[in-house]
Write a protein that binds this ligand. Structure first.
Ligand code: GMT
Length: 376
């Protein structure tokens, strides 16, 4: 199949999922065209099956807001015609599903019919899309998609609750490529540079937005390090980072917390991590937690949104109510203080992650693509 993938090219989970999906489809022989405003961060190499088309939005002083949707829909029309693309898969409803629908209409007027798959990722529904300024456009473009998928049952339920959706929503969970973690001999372990051998390593990775409850992470770690020699790796960047750095100073733990900023070395960091923290206010799935589990890292998370579909209580880690910092710290200590318990959790985290192997998930998307193309 010739497939256009529209996504955000940033470090966010939706862009990562879209990129990894496209790369795996390309490995299976499909022709993939990524269409976005910058080369996606996880897209290192382009080849005969992997193409990237940049959406350019010319700056024009008349416009207070530059019209990205317009440029994206025009680019989609041009690329579909040029490369004879058979299906569009847009990740994140805003504004991708809207631009995709416009592209479909323009192509239809030229006699070209192409189906559109929209994957809902979370914040496009629960935080941003639900805002009255966007809601009618988001509802409309979801209802006009040929196929709609969501990354968890929880997000599916939220979508039906928050919008007037008439379409069936297919739940296709996010995935990880497990082979990469076990087979890559080129990942050197720099554990010794980060922590002493007797110290446990605890990690958080996110875009440091409010929804991630960054201060909770610092406070959980504060309690852990009082009982267990440990270091905290804070990976990512965003509006809450400075506040977190200040809180570490305030609590006197600045020497035990390393702020990495955005990193392309997630695999290296996870390879020596002992515990992952994700106490988010809401999380449609929690891809970062799954990526940690794929490295055999247990997870302490909140129990909100789709997290219980990924992190299994008492097996891959523990889940607590949002904001239950004390309980989360106690559970973390329970896992970390005993070598046997820790290695059992590590083993189980990897076992749970295996359920989300890309090899199991990819056929679900392929089947939906084939059905949609056939129907058109
Ligand atoms: O977590 C974020 O803020 C980024 C956001 C995104 O759109 O990239 O992540 C969402 O999509 C990810 C991939 O499907 C999910 O794993 C995240 O749980 C989801 N974030 C939220 O629901 C807050």
């Amino acid at each position: 199949m010739k497939i256009a993938i529209v996504c955000y090219p940033t470090f966010g989970g939706s862009g990562v999922v879209a990129t990894e999906l496209g790369l795996e489809l390309a490995r299976q022989g499909h022709e993939i065209h990524f269409i976005t405003y910058r080369q996606p961060v996880r897209l290192a190499l382009l080849n005969a099956n992997v193409h990237y088309h940049e959406v350019n939005v010319p700056e024009y002083p008349l416009f207070h807001y530059q019209p990205y949707e317009l440029a994206l829909s025009s680019k989609l029309v041009d690329m579909v015609k040029l490369h004879k693309i058979e299906i569009m898969h847009v990740h994140y409803a805003i504004p991708h599903a809207y631009a995709g629908y416009m592209a479909k209409q323009m192509l239809k007027s030229e006699g070209i019919r192409i189906p559109m798959v929209t994957t809902l990722h979370g914040t496009d529904i629960t935080l941003v899309g639900n805002h009255p300024h966007y809601k009618p456009a988001v509802s409309f473009s979801i209802n006009k998609s040929d196929v709609v998928t969501s990354v968890s049952q929880s997000l599916k339920d939220d979508t039906y609750k928050l919008f007037n959706i008439k379409k069936e929503i297919h739940v296709i969970p996010n995935f990880i490529e497990l082979d990469k973690n076990t087979n890559d001999p080129n990942i050197p372990c720099h554990r010794s540079a980060m922590a002493k051998s007797e110290e446990r390593i605890i990690t958080h990775i996110s875009n440091f937005r409010k929804v991630k409850r960054i201060p909770d992470i610092i406070r959980i770690f504060y309690k852990i390090q009082q009982e267990i020699p440990s270091k905290l790796m804070m990976v990512g960047d965003g509006p809450e980072k400075e506040k977190a750095e200040n809180l570490c100073q305030e609590l006197g733990i600045q020497d035990k917390v390393i702020f990495f900023g955005n990193s392309n070395e997630i695999d290296k960091i996870l390879s020596y991590t002992d515990l992952f923290l994700l106490p988010s206010e809401t999380e449609s799935f929690g891809l970062a937690a799954l990526e940690a589990m794929a490295w055999g890292v247990p997870v302490i998370s909140s129990n909100s949104g789709g997290l219980p579909e990924v992190n299994f209580e008492g097996l891959s880690g523990y889940l607590s109510a949002v904001g239950a910092v004390d309980e989360m710290a106690q559970n973390a200590i329970k896992i970390l203080k005993d070598e046997t318990i820790l290695s059992e959790f590590k083993k189980n985290a990897l076992q749970v992650a295996k359920r989300f192997d890309i090899k199991n998930i990819l056929p679900l998307y392929v089947a939906l693509y084939q059905k949609a193309i056939k129907k058109h």
